[in-house]
Design a protein around this ligand. Structure first.
Ligand code: SF4
Length: 223
């Protein structure tokens, strides 16, 4: 599969770059350090952005450094994370912080393979850390991004959270290098406009070339 098959996906990025909606108010975006991004991405794995945003400063003021997180008392951290429904993440968080302190002198790795060795960090989280903490030109593809590409191109989603291989190979078309679209804007667009339920197609700048809009929504409206 090549870019030529999906010219409108390339154009979609250009359109979206004119329609910036990136939420600069999210606490981990106001002041970025690799540790703040690492902590935010670890918390975002299982929780909605707005929920993490509401508790982020409270959590980071309790554990302001990766060393403090590595030394956290498990029960105390469980209590701190209870309002987010993240009690089960506690051992991963402590193990990950320990691992980074022991193996990387407390510096969050800036390398994909090294990040994947950190307990609790998978491909998505590693990509997000490299993108947002180290400005690498990547596309962190969560379920929202994959759903958007599936809707826009008309390709099947495949796996419910990981998407199909067909979809994943299209992701580089959305990167900043090709189309002037930041990963942050893409994530926010797919979370706030091209939402799982009731996407806001009527205000979407991409509707003219969107397969879902043309084939599904217009069809429903004419029935
Ligand atoms: S037109 Fe609707 S389905 Fe298509 S990209 Fe926009 S919001 Fe998503």
């Amino acid at each position: 599969m090549s870019a030529e098959n999906f010219p409108y996906l390339l154009k979609a990025g250009t359109e979206l770059s004119r329609y910036r909606i990136a939420e600069t108010g999210l606490p981990w975006r106001k002041y970025r350090t690799p540790y703040r991004i690492f902590l935010a991405e670890m918390l975002l794995v299982r929780t909605r952005t707005d929920v993490v945003a509401g508790h982020f400063e409270r959590i980071i003021s309790k554990y302001p450094t990766i060393e403090a997180l590595a030394l956290a008392n498990e029960n105390e951290l469980r209590e701190v994370l209870r309002p987010l429904g993240l009690s089960k993440r506690v051992p991963y968080l402590i193990k990950a912080a320990h691992y980074i302190c022991d193996n990387h002198n407390g510096e969050v790795p800036a390398d994909f393979e090294r990040l994947l060795k950190v307990p609790g960090i998978g491909k998505y989280t590693a990509t997000a850390i490299l993108t947002f903490a180290y400005n690498q030109d990547l596309v962190p593809a969560d379920v929202n991004v994959l759903r958007f590409v599936s809707r826009f191109t008309g390709l099947e989603m495949g796996h419910v959270t990981k998407g199909s291989q067909e979809l994943r190979v299209l992701l580089p078309l959305l990167s900043e290098a090709n189309v002037g679209l930041s990963a942050e804007n893409l994530l926010d667009f797919t979370r706030l406009i091209c939402k799982a339920r009731k996407p806001k197609c009527k205000v979407c700048p991409l509707s003219d070339h969107c397969s879902y809009f043309k084939n599904v929504l217009l069809d429903q409206e004419t029935k």
